[in-house]
Design a protein around this ligand. Structure first.
Ligand code: AMP
Length: 280
């Protein structure tokens, strides 16, 4: 098992040493609660670069006061055991922020709408911490999951807009056998909610099929939301068809168009998405 690096300067030095030897590196940022989705990202990092770096940090600035920061899984030892030899360095700082931290990155564009309507603080927290991580860990590339599709799009936009010298890669969503997207939060789901949860992916697929069969987007989305409600989800934040680059709502039914959904099951909030072209 790897040793945990807590100090940003130690981490930076190690990446610089690799670079000095002509070795490339790829970063996998996580908040811990490591599951097979994270492990797939690490394996991809190892495939594209000589060295894989994993960061584990539950970022307080992306949680609102009423959200699950306190109950978010924190299990560094178990995480290290799961990661095993898949990473060459695990960076798990105690705190990333200076006590007088006073600078924020406020993304617009792809950050507007969807998640931001329900979690207005979220992308400012994400963009700020990702910029800090990319500065602290100057790897050649960094990899993010399609599971958090709006986040992935906002990070691509951040890197483009601020000219960050890193290549952003993405990886398809890793799912349970029944279709539920893996998430660190799934462990908090009650059994009766866990039984309902796969319906989110099933209804995204069904809605995509309807769209591809020619149903008008407005009608297909109303049907989809109705079906989510009837399946037992306790709240529906959104079900939206979006342009895959801008994340603006669209009526254009193309293979790349993205259907994104966010729902609640009791205290757990689930998000998922699908490209229309991914549906057979
Ligand atoms: P998190 O620890 O949930 O903040 O996620 C860290 C990274 O893992 C992000 O890039 C996520 O998009 C990605 N990720 C989380 N769950 C999955 C999954 N089920 N499949 C693929 N990537 C994932």
């Amino acid at each position: 098992m790897r040793q945990v690096v807590q100090d940003r300067q130690d981490a930076r030095t190690r990446i610089a040493e690799w670079r000095g030897k002509g070795l490339t590196s790829c970063l996998v940022p996580t908040m811990g609660g490591i599951h097979a989705g994270h492990l797939a990202l690490m394996e991809r990092a190892r495939a594209v670069a000589d060295r894989a770096v994993v960061s584990i940090y539950v970022n307080p600035t992306q949680f609102a006061a009423n959200e699950d920061f306190d109950s978010y899984p924190r299990c560094l030892e178990a995480d290290m055991a799961s990661i095993g030899q898949r990473a060459d360095m695990v960076y798990a700082p105690v705190d990333l922020y200076h006590p007088s931290h006073a600078t924020q990155v406020n993304p617009a564009g792809a950050a507007l709408g969807l998640e931001s309507e329900f979690r207005p603080h979220f992308f400012t927290g994400v963009a700020t911490v990702v910029l800090k991580l990319l500065n602290q860990l100057p790897t050649d590339s960094a990899i993010f999951g399609q599971k958090d599709y709006q986040q992935l799009t906002v990070i691509r936009q951040l890197v483009r807009d601020l000219d960050l010298p890193v290549e952003i890669l993405d990886h398809p969503t890793v799912r349970e056998a029944d279709g539920l997207a893996l998430s660190s939060r799934n462990i908090h789901m009650a059994a009766e909610h866990r039984a309902i949860a796969p319906q989110l992916q099933a209804i995204l697929r069904r809605t995509a099929q309807q769209l591809l069969a020619g149903t008008r987007p407005k009608t297909a989305l109303v049907d989809g939301r109705d079906l989510l409600r009837r399946s037992g989800f306790t709240g529906i934040d959104y079900l939206q068809l979006c342009n895959p680059m801008t994340l603006q709502p669209t009526e254009a039914v193309t293979a790349e168009a993205r259907l994104l959904g966010a729902v609640h099951l009791g205290a757990v909030r689930l998000i998922d998405n699908i490209a229309l072209g991914d549906v057979k």
